[in-house]
Design a protein around this ligand. Structure first.
Ligand code: PGA
Length: 251
């Protein structure tokens, strides 16, 4: 059985007061639900307070990025072992905003993925095509390259301790969601590609969909056979919406 998951990606939003209100409402809304793994990926400075609020609940926490380096003269960077100090179980790597706005190529993403795993933190590896790439018919090639770079560095077996998130760039924060069928096609392409290298890893790999998931479209996406949950941006900042999305998967 594959693990089902819903993750919130807060991006660069929140403050101490708002975070507490949001998390208190989410904890109440998800109380007693244990069939799905829930977690939130929060900005670094809030990790200690998020840790103390979510400790002993059914919601885990993580970060949105990390350094590929273990330690040293890397001003402004955060290492995997620092995330471990705050009991982060997950970290997002290769989000399209990191790739496009901060120049992270697939090699850097692969190194970050490996740095997370070395520290025992589960990386959520984001892959996805831009609108131009989709229109040019190169979606599969783009995703294949993004995955292949990680597999080349860390090995296909490393995916046993990772999560993949398919996030079409044209659907992120745009209100334009991939249709359930469009998303399913790419999810099954990802799973089949990995199955060619290791069937068991492919079968047990959790693949999340991300890109304008809302309470209103979550069920239709989660009904697809290769979609194991969601990575939620905007809607994860609204307690009722995030809880409704989580409950849609839990059913
Ligand atoms: P969105 O973001 O849900 O706001 O589209 C998803 C993401 O970037 O992970």
């Amino acid at each position: 059985m594959r693990k089902k998951m819903v993750a919130g990606n807060w991006k660069m939003h929140g403050n101490l007061v708002e975070n507490k209100q949001l998390l208190d409402a989410i904890v109440t809304g998800l109380n007693g639900l244990y069939k799905v793994n829930f977690f939130v990926c929060v900005p670094y400075p809030y990790l200690p307070s998020v840790q103390s609020i979510l400790q002993n609940t059914n919601i885990a926490w993580g970060a949105q990025n990390l350094s590929q380096f273990e330690r040293g003269a890397y001003t402004g960077e955060i290492s995997a072992s620092m995330l471990n100090d705050f009991e982060c179980r997950y970290v997002i790597v290769g989000h399209s905003e990191r790739r496009s706005l901060f120049g992270e190529d697939s090699q850097i993403v692969a190194e970050k993925y490996q740095a997370a795993q070395r520290a025992g933190i589960t990386p959520i590896l984001c892959v996805g095509e831009s609108l131009e790439q989709r229109e040019a018919g190169t979606t599969e090639q783009v995703i294949e390259e993004q995955l292949a770079t990680v597999i080349k560095l860390a090995g296909v077996e490393s995916l046993a301790k990772a999560i993949v998130a398919y996030e079409p760039v044209w659907a992120i924060g745009t209100g334009r969601t991939a249709s359930p069928e469009q998303a399913q096609d790419v999810h099954s392409f990802i799973r089949e590609g990995i199955a060619k290298q290791n069937v068991n890893i492919a079968k047990s790999l959790t693949i999340l969909y991300g890109g304008s998931v809302k309470a209103s479209n979550a069920s239709a996406l989660f009904d697809m056979s290769d979609i194991d949950g969601g990575l939620i941006g905007g809607a994860s900042l609204v307690a009722n919406d995030f809880v409704a999305i989580c409950r849609a998967l839990h059913q």
